[in-house]
Design a protein around this ligand. Structure first.
Ligand code: NAD
Ligand code: DAO
Ligand code: ZN
Ligand code: ZN
Length: 370
């Protein structure tokens, strides 16, 4: 079939919207009509050329929602008409990783996904002249239609609005999941969240959901304060306004250090501050931010010897097929909010405007509606 897609032809160039060829689903694969997709920083990171693993030409996008149109041979858990969210972290429920409750990093399709290919080692997309186009993060939601492995799709409530729940495909789950699945924050905890963007706001609402008593937000941009308060932030700190040592200030504000801290900036200096303002003896610091290629974290080992721990999380520790439908239900039941974070809605033709808004710091989430 043919479909419309925004194609990343090469690094550093705007996406080009064009008609492309899409082959139908093979064994264990599913054809999905994408109804809406968010534009996330990771798409920008890859498009900019900063991602050393970025491959071109490719169809980017990994934060979508849509409807199953057709299933390939052997597909059992999905049928045409099902509403789905694509998963860049699959859940096969049978690999060594899925069988270990300590991780969500299913490896079933990992190797080929990283090469921009389907599990059989080929791509389903091509240009009209036959040039192959690579998949991206196993999702390629910047195409109106895409093909994914069955294990990379979460079946969701059919009443959920695509233009809102697409954000659960990355940002919402990453932020809320970091609190609920990775840190397992207890009621009454004190927490500090660094970076109040699309991920940090979701960490904040995850902390509110978990019953945290104190939720400190830290951002260099004071315009982030109002929205963060709306999602549950109790105290705001702008490092530019702090005289002296930021760690000491945060330790005092949290009465001895935070039970949990979260980095949602991707800045390795911030990651160190986050670790060091965690409470002596038990404080846990969770790294969510993806640092630039080659960047390294550091601290004095005595920080760990004295009981702080450093951890990381991908996709909020969520097992996609199991947890994403639950998060959609939390949204439908009013337990979490998404709507105010969708600051812009665009057509596919205008997708590059979504990247411009991100660069200007004007959007939390721009969503393309097909
Ligand atoms: P964003 O740009 O919307 O937000 C980042 C925020 O950090 C901004 O508000 C900015 O003002 C603030 N900030 C920057 N430097 C700061 C500093 N030194 N001190 C305090 N605040 C500072 O980005 P986002 O979409 O929220 O993503 C955050 C990070 O999470 C990125 O690194 C992204 O790649 C990563 N991410 C990780 C996962 C995962 O699974 N681990 C998933 C998605 C995104
Ligand atoms: O190596 O098994 C693995 C999984 C690696 C993927 C983890 C994704 C990390 C988050 C990147 C940003 C997502 C938008
Ligand atoms: Zn698996
Ligand atoms: Zn993302």
């Amino acid at each position: 079939m043919k479909t419309r897609a925004a194609v990343a032809l090469e690094a550093g160039k705007p996406l080009e919207v064009m008609e492309v060829n899409l082959e139908g689903p093979k064994e264990g694969e599913v054809l999905v009509e994408i109804k809406a997709t968010g534009i996330c920083h990771t798409d920008e990171f890859t498009l900019s050329g900063a991602d050393p693993e970025g491959l071109f030409p490719a169809i980017l996008g990994h934060e979508g929602a849509g409807v199953v149109l057709e299933v390939g041979p052997g597909v059992k858990s999905l049928k045409p008409g099902d509403h789905v969210i694509p998963l860049y972290t699959a859940e096969c429920r049978e690999c060594e990783y899925c069988l270990n409750p300590k991780t969500n990093l299913c490896q079933k399709v990992r190797a080929t996904q990283g090469q921009g290919l389907m599990p059989d080692g080929t791509t389903r997309f091509s240009m009209l002249d036959g040039t192959p186009i690579l998949h991206y993060m196993g999702c390629s939601t910047f195409a109106n239609h895409t093909v994914l492995p069955e294990v990379s799709l979460a079946k969701i409530n059919p009443d959920a609005p695509f233009d809102k729940v697409c954000y659960i495909g990355c940002g919402v789950t990453t932020g809320i999941g970091a609190v609920i699945f990775t840190a397992k924050v207890e009621i009454g905890s004190r927490a500090v969240v660094f970076g109040l963007g699309g991920i940090g706001l979701n960490v904040i609402q995850g902390l509110r959901l978990a019953g945290a008593d104190q939720i400190v937000g830290v951002d260099l941009n004071p315009s982030k304060k109002e929205m963060a308060e709306r999602f549950g932030m109790t105290d705001f700190v702008n490092p530019k306004d702090v005289d002296g040592d930021l760690v000491a200030h945060l330790v005092e504000l949290t009465k001895g250090g935070a039970d949990y801290t979260f980095d949602a900036t991707g800045n390795v200096g911030v990651m160190r501050t986050a670790l060091e303002c965690a409470h002596k003896g038990w404080g846990e610091s969770i790294i969510i931010g993806v640092a630039p290629a080659g960047a390294e974290i550091s601290t004095r080992p005595f920080q760990l010897v004295t009981g702080r721990s450093w951890r990381g999380t991908a996709f909020g520790g969520a097992r996609g097929r199991t947890d994403v439908p639950k998060i959609v239900d939390w949204y439908m039941d009013g337990k979490i909010d998404i709507d105010p974070m969708i600051t812009h809605t665009l057509s596919l033709e205008d997708i590059n405007k979504g990247f411009d808004l991100m660069h200007a710091g004007e959007s939390i989430r721009a969503v393309v509606v097909y």
